[in-house]
Design a protein around this ligand. Sequence first.
Ligand code: PRP
Length: 190
Amino acid sequence: MERHASCDDTIESVAFGADEIATAVDRIAAEIVRDADDEPVLLVGVLKGALFFTADLARAIARRTPAAAAVNLDFIAITSYGNSHRSSGEVRLLKDTSEQLEGRNVILVEDIVDNGLTLAYLQNLVGGRAPKSLRTAVLLDKPYHRRVPVVLDYVGLQCPDTFIVGYGLDYQERYRSLPYLATLRASLFE
Ligand code: PRP
């Protein structure tokens, strides 16, 4: 296992290391730049989970484009899991975007899509604000328990059917700052 100061015996194994994450983020950045057709994009990161993914993706896009204004940033905050490892199924908006979305090439940036309710809510909300285009980038696709169909334009990694933490993802607000993605011991949820 990769060593890290936050590593403890509640972590079972590393699902994706920092290098694998960086490779996936860089590939998504290349796909976004390819599709942007030299127009600026507005990344809307979904807090808190997508904090690191959004930051790394923005810099990876910037490395590939000469124009300083090619990537703009905004954030939205929602919650559906609370402190549980299971979604409540009810999405709550905690913080709205601050940028004008009308006429912009918006990319929703999510850390993970599981049952899909959060993303469906966000795509509906943002799509209703007349963006020029709306695409979605997801670091982890976890398709086993979808409750609603969602369109994913950019996918980083296929998530195993288990609870994942790290690189922004939490369990009861812990583990977000791990630089890798990890599985937790099942005994933690008993
Ligand atoms: C998590 C995650 C996604 C959402 C995905 O957010 O960051 O936004 O759940 O779940 P779904 O596809 O089953 O709806 P969470 O509510 O845990 O908030 P957080 O990002 O602040 O941790």
